[in-house]
Design a protein around this ligand. Sequence first.
Ligand code: NAP
Length: 380
Amino acid sequence: MVARISVGILGATGEVGQKFVANLQNHPWFQISALFASERSAGKSYAEALGFGTEESRWFLKAAPERRILDLEVRDVNEARGDEVDLFFSALPSETALGVEGKIAREKPVVSTASAYRYFDDSFTYLPGVNEKHVKIIEIQQRRRGWKGFVVPQPNCTTIGLALSLKPIYDRFGLERVTMASMQAVSGAGYAAVSSWASQRRAQGSNLPEPSPEYVPGTFEGNVIPYIKGEEEKVKRETVKLLGDFIEGRIVPASFKIACKCNRVPVLDGHTESVFIETRDKCTVEELKEAWRNYRGEPQRLGLPTAPRQPIVVTEAVDRPQPRFDCLVEGGMVAVIGGVEPNVFENGFQYTVLSHNTELGAAKGAVLAAEYLYSIGLVK
Ligand code: NAP
């Protein structure tokens, strides 16, 4: 068996951090060696920090972590040193991530779900299967900042399904205009939001604690919240950047126009988006579907362990995709597209796309990103 490289998880006790644990504990290339969280959790075992096995347990996944992980001591993120593991995964709040990830990157690579490093000119914000041609930015980041490591942030979870669905269309037919309206899951708002769904989830056999005081119980149920702070700006900016060219050391964003409106809806996992596009070249619904079905990216070409067989799945059922039934297709690592039809605009089409916000959109997507960086020799 090949020796695995050691990894640390920053923000290991949060919603995304727990998914990192779940996705990494049996990974063929990476071995969890260190866990970090806030000073509230520091000094406790992972089990104690989460209240694992008690009425107040914060572990929200069905399958328990391995005993070895439960016994690991959680340390304060401010104590994390770049020389102690080979690679860090970060699920920290962005305000904390800026300082902590930057400090660690002086020595070692960090793959992050936080947005802190997404918008610098020297950032490789990486969506596996979409923008590998931007990877050389890492060298620019290292040169400019004097780092031996780097920070690779994941794109915003709402951008991911949209950008993945647009990629084959943009490559093959070009795009003039994109409009998107999202219906985003509660889990995208972090652990505190999910815990406000506790009673409902407990009825489904989960062991979540009482609702967090940060979210009024019932806020999400039977409701739509038509505002998610900063989300629309992130989607617009990141989508054209992910599909942009890499010319003379910088990303030139794709030139199509994009508008969007984001909504939080009472769904546990999975962001659903209604998308309206106008292509540059004439094409048919069948040609769009063929472009999606035939699309393969670098993760498929390289056969990475966490890569789905194909990044985009098209469904013919008129009432799909639905988050309840489809967000775990291919382990939550694909964009599921349905309802594809022409509309009244010239070269106009509309469709629904669904992607998993805490799998492809966060921890598992970050693991796939790290696998790519490892496979091309950037993580050693
Ligand atoms: P979360 O559930 O609130 O977890 C936050 C984690 O960070 C916990 O481990 C917490 O430790 C730690 N932490 C909080 N404040 C800290 C501080 N001041 N110093 C050190 N550690 C601190 O959040 P999440 O939903 O997992 O999100 C994590 C990151 O991923 C965020 O940047 C978020 O925007 C991003 N993201 C989330 C999603 C999603 O769907 N949820 C998707 C994509 C990206 P304690 O337990 O000790 O407090």
